[in-house]
Design a protein around this ligand. Structure first.
Ligand code: GAP
Length: 601
């Protein structure tokens, strides 16, 4: 993934978010708390709109997905079964000098952001990897003392540089920029081997060790291992744990999905990039349950697999998991397009076999081109039957479904056909390193009409999406004022469906009671149906600018024409101004809702 740096743009976005009330640092009056963010008045509306678009696209507008709203704290056994207790960890190193924690897989990205690394990089001759030892020595005795006081090069420059010189004499050079910094962090290479420097102070980092990301707490008054529990690190597991209840209490039938939006918590080692990696965040997750391919084969006599150009528009009964996976990638892409995130700002990362979790068959990350680089917005994984099977095993409760069509198809098989079917499954499973016993057990249940559904999981981060739409909306425009002076103004070009406020209503003048009363009437009419704002402070130009910065797509001005002062034909009409091109038109008050609603819903 690229690591393009456009930090100034990010800084502008962060500053606008605070100034306009989109996002504030949590607990700011007490100095803030790292990795936690609050959404201000506009941010809360923005987030709510994003939630609604997801909810509608994934559930309301579909017949095959139902919602769930589960607790944040669940039985700790859930996290044992899901694998989170044992494996939900990031590799972490600690600095032996400043004691700060560093996520090992983010070490290089963090290094690139550090002033000491950037100032050392400036000593390397442009376009080459050549440097002068004298420059490094000077740096160590000057700037280095302030910027990276614990770096070996700073503490003991002569010894440290001797390793570089020694290797240089033997024709060896640092292989790449990373190794260059290992050299500069290493004092006694024959004793310690290469040392990895702390991005913060240059000190020595410990070997990485796994750090479990789940936040812990205790339920009940006594804090002991018996009542240890976790704040959920993902919303998904509740869906698996409640799978049976949902199936039993509704009329859903595989293929179907259960969706959930809610808070998740991860004790991230290095929260970074504003809200991108936070410790408390919100997820929008769908678990879409499908039959295993073997079931599809038995019922339909074939399994439709994906090939380039396959029609993914309408699910078909004979679709195998791959078609469903591609279908959800296409659905999610269409969702993003519907809120303004088109192909120009999205990208896809298809995980390689080596990247995949052992149980996953495929996973694609939908990436967004953030100002700090192209990074994950959503993951769409084909997780097989891993989750339900794990919960079935750990809870001892069956999580299979029964399919009458499957049983009927199985009953029709001759003995030879049954044997051939079982042999084929055993061979296929063997190719995927699954045991013959498991394959046989699976076939036995399947031939009676029972199976554990497989799952396709589109899992999106609401806060990352909010950050993406903020970054995408941010636009600077050069304007020339009435006196000819140039100024740069900011317009937040949110798609109208997600804009925090849809419309703002202004009376032309605030000291004319007829205008104010008429404008208030228009505001009252609109606010029942869409998020509206009323503003009578300052010039109309200032009010437009305020709304542009808030991203309001439409402004309505009530003026003397509205009162019919310039002729009866303009009575009860208002000026409707469009944010993106600044165009204005005259619209009847009675037509306003009809004009606006289709544009913002
Ligand atoms: N159930 C699957 C799951 O949780 P994930 O890739 O770990 O998968 C899904 O998370 C999405 O949640 C990510 O694509 C991202 O948008 C969001 N997410 C994950 N960790 C986050 C964090 N620390 N801060 C903000 N969003 C995060």
């Amino acid at each position: 993934m690229s690591q393009t740096k456009e930090i100034p743009l990010m800084e502008k976005i962060v500053s606008l978010c605070k100034r306009k009330g989109f996002i504030f640092q949590s607990s700011e009056i007490y100095g803030g708390i790292n990795g936690f963010w609050d959404y201000g008045p506009l941010g809360a509306e923005l987030k709510r709109n994003l939630r609604t678009t997801w909810w509608n696209a994934m559930m309301r507008e579909r017949e095959d997905v139902v919602p769930l709203d589960a607790t944040i704290i669940m039985h700790p056994a859930i996290w044992k079964a899901s694998g989170h207790v044992d494996t939900f960890a990031d590799p972490m190193s600690t600095c032996k000098s400043c004691k700060k924690l560093v996520r090992s897989d983010q070490w290089w990205a963090m290094m690139c952001e550090q002033p000491w690394v950037q100032s050392l990089a400036a000593l390397v001759e442009p376009g080459t990897d050549a440097f002068h030892t004298g420059d490094l020595l000077k740096w160590a005795k000057g700037k280095g003392k302030q910027l990276a006081p614990n770096l070996a090069l700073v503490r003991n420059p002569e010894i440290t540089l001797s390793w570089l010189a020694q290797d240089h004499e033997q024709g060896k050079r640092p292989q790449d920029a990373r190794e260059f910094y290992l050299y500069l962090a290493t004092e006694q290479r024959n004793v310690t081997g290469f040392v990895t420097p702390c991005p913060h102070c240059g000190g020595e980092l410990t070997e990485p060790r796994p750090f479990n990301l789940m936040l812990r707490t205790h339920y009940g008054p006594i804090e002991s291992d018996d009542n240890l529990c976790y704040l959920r690190p993902e919303t998904a597991q509740a869906i698996f744990a409640q799978f049976k209840n949902v199936v039993d209490s509704t009329r859903v039938k595989v293929p179907f999905g259960i969706g959930q939006i809610g808070k998740a918590f991860r004790n991230e080692i290095t929260p970074r990039n504003f809200t991108f990696r936070s410790r408390e965040f919100e997820q929008m997750e769908l678990e879409f349950f499908i039959p295993p391919d073997e079931v599809v084969q038995l019922i339909h006599g074939n399994v439709s697999t994906w090939s380039e150009g396959a029609d993914l528009s309408t699910p078909q009964p004979n679709w195998g998991w791959e078609m469903w996976h591609r279908y959800w990638v296409a659905q999610r892409t269409a969702y993003y397009a519907g809120i303004g995130l088109g192909p120009d700002v999205l990208d896809y990362y298809w995980q390689s076999k080596a990247d995949l979790a052992h149980y996953a068959r495929a996973c694609v990350d939908i990436l967004f081109k953030f100002p700090f680089g192209t990074e994950e917005l959503e993951g769409i994984a084909a997780r097989g039957d891993f989750d339900l099977s794990q919960h079935q095993k750990h809870s001892g409760k069956p999580l299979e479904v029964f399919d009458e069509e499957l049983r009927a198809a199985a009953v029709k098989l001759t003995d030879e056909q049954r044997a051939a079917f079982i042999t084929k499954v055993q061979e296929d499973w063997n190719d995927h390193n699954k045991s013959r016993e498991d394959a046989t057990l699976f076939c036995e249940r399947l031939l009676k009409g029972f199976y554990v559904p497989h799952v396709i999981e589109p899992s999106a981060g609401l806060d990352r999406l909010a950050l993406a739409v903020l970054a995408l909306a941010y636009t600077e425009i050069e304007k020339t004022d009435a006196k000819g002076a140039k100024e740069t103004v900011t317009v937040m070009r949110f798609h109208p469906r997600i804009a925090p406020k849809k419309v703002a209503v202004f009376p032309l003048l605030k000291n004319k009671p007829e205008l104010v009363s008429k404008a208030r009437g228009v505001y009252d009419l609109l606010k029942k149906h869409l998020a509206a704002d009323y503003d009578e402070g300052g010039s109309i130009g200032k009010r437009y600018a305020r709304q542009d910065e808030a991203g309001t797509p439409f402004c309505v001005t009530v003026d003397f024409d509205t009162l019919g002062e310039r002729g009866p034909e303009l009575l009860d009409t208002v000026t409707l101004r469009h944010r993106d091109d600044g165009s204005q038109e005259r619209v009847k008050i009675s037509d306003l809702l009809g004009r606006l609603l289709p544009l913002v819903q």
